[in-house]
Write a protein that binds this ligand. Structure first.
Ligand code: UD1
Length: 424
């Protein structure tokens, strides 16, 4: 298994191109199941999770063609689901990635049935899919669970419905948006997720011919149409990659331009950085982040968008580990998302966890150590800590990082980091 070795202590200086968002790309790819015509996605990141979903979509009969770089970088993918040859998403593919459950809504909407493996447990909490299923029931689908599979049926097609989410779910909102686009009549989704990736999906569906109102608000209304058609859509820049590199610049006392990044979709992260004493501003090409002075501890609580993202919680904790003073970091989205704490502690961080909150008392410096990546965002927090630490850090199980960060060593090396991948 590959490892990443970092010699820390060098400020990051230069520019990094921000890739298209993984969490937007995955639902956008599954939207291709809704039409027999070709969906072209540009600015797509090339990541392990994208490859996993390509395998699943091909298994449903989707033709996928990946072209090299498009204008402004990023990959171009053409997806054509002229005929769906299988409505079953098998366990072997679904278990690799929870987002696979996003094929459920499109398949049942287009084919009147789908059999999708339950995604199962996940390192960061139990993460059930009950809201996806209840929402589909509200659109008239019959749902049965048997043998570890979800069997959804709507032999006469889905019909519009009213669904109130008891709490915000990004994936369930996306699944229902796609399903409602092809349902008969009007669907209203209340307390829907407002994440930029949901907005990106909705905009793409509109380009395909869907009728959606309230995009970006918590009440979305969809008028179902008989069929969707071809479209070309550019994937929104990755706000989590943006925030991650911003934290890395701040932690190392460097200055980075994040090319292609959008400040408007990282406002809560920018606010936390600003309060910590980091300069962050819009430029012609993206965002510039720099820190010349000391870092101050700030309190952070994760919330659905536009609040502080749970996918940035581990990274801000790495940053707060080297800030002056204390920082209380509270996780409200997932119940078990502090696995990075013992690893950061191995590098000298002073962190105490009480239930859903972690009290971080900043230390003057972290020291390099061998550490273990446990999930995607936890692992990248160790990269940030390693870049800021004195001495050598070796991160094991880096396949987690490859699920969500495109060419991370290359991007960081280009800005002066001493980082390398060691193959096993
Ligand atoms: C998406 C993101 C993930 C991010 C998360 C929250 C993708 C591919 N992944 O995941 O990176 O961390 O949003 O911003 O976009 N829940 C239920 N029942 C359900 C659905 C969710 O109880 O049916 C719970 C989850 O366990 C979690 C919370 O709701 O505690 C939010 O989850 P959700 O927004 O659905 O996350 P995902 O869409 O899986």
């Amino acid at each position: 298994m590959d490892q990443i070795r970092i010699r820390g202590g060098r400020p990051l200086e230069g520019s990094i191109r921000i890739s298209g968002a993984k969490n937007a790309a995955l639902p956008l790819m599954t939207a291709s199941l809704l039409t027999g015509e070709t969906l072209t996605l540009t600015n797509l990141p090339f990541l392990a999770d994208i490859t996993t979903l390509v395998q699943l979509l091909m298994q449903h009969g989707v033709h996928v063609a990946m072209r090299g770089e498009g204008a402004g970088g990023g990959h171009v993918m053409e997806l054509s689901a002229a005929a769906i040859t299988s409505t079953e998403a098998p366990y072997d593919l679904v278990r690799k990635m929870r987002a696979s459950v996003l094929v459920l809504g499109p398949l049942v909407a287009r084919c009147g049935e789908a059999r999708v493996s339950l995604p199962g447990g996940c390192a960061i909490g139990t993460r059930p899919v009950d809201l996806h299923l209840k929402g589909l029931e509200a659109l008239g689908a019959g749902i049965e669970l048997a043998g570890g599979y979800i069997h959804a049926k709507a032999p006469k097609g889905l019909s519009g419905g009213h669904y109130v989410f008891p709490f915000v779910s990004v994936g369930a909102t996306e699944n229902l948006l796609m399903a409602a686009s092809l349902a008969k009549g009007e669907t209203t989704l209340v307390n829907a997720a407002r994440e930029p990736e949901v907005v990106d999906l909705a905009n793409c569906l509109v380009a395909m011919g869907a009728k959606i109102e309230g995009i970006g608000t918590d009440t979305i209304t969809v008028q179902g149409v008989d069929a969707l058609g071809a479209a070309e859509h550019r994937v929104v820049p990755d706000r989590i990659e943006t925030g991650t590199f911003a934290m890395a610049a701040a932690a190392t006392g460097g200055a980075l331009e994040l090319v292609g990044a959008r400040l408007d979709i990282v406002a809560s992260v920018a606010e936390a950085l600003d309060a910590a004493g980091v300069d962050i501003a819009e430029t012609k090409n993206g965002i510039r982040v720099s820190r010349r002075n000391g870092l101050r501890g700030v309190d952070v609580m994760t919330e659905p968008y536009p609040g502080f993202p749970t996918d940035m919680q581990a990274q801000v904790m790495a940053l707060m580990s080297v800030a002056e003073g204390a920082s209380m970091i509270t996780e409200t989205i997932f119940e078990n998302r502090f696995m990075h704490v013992p690893e950061l502690a191995r590098m000298g961080a002073n962190i105490n966890v009480h239930n859903a909150s972690a009290m971080v008392r900043g230390v003057a410096r972290l020291t390099g150590a061998p550490v273990m990546a446990t999930d995607l965002r936890a692992s990248v927090s160790l990269v940030i800590a390693g870049l800021a630490a004195e001495g050598e850090t070796v991160i094991n199980r880096v396949y987690h990082i490859d699920r969500g960060y495109e060419r991370i060593e290359e991007k960081l090396k280009g800005c002066g980091a001493e980082i390398e991948r060691i193959g096993s």
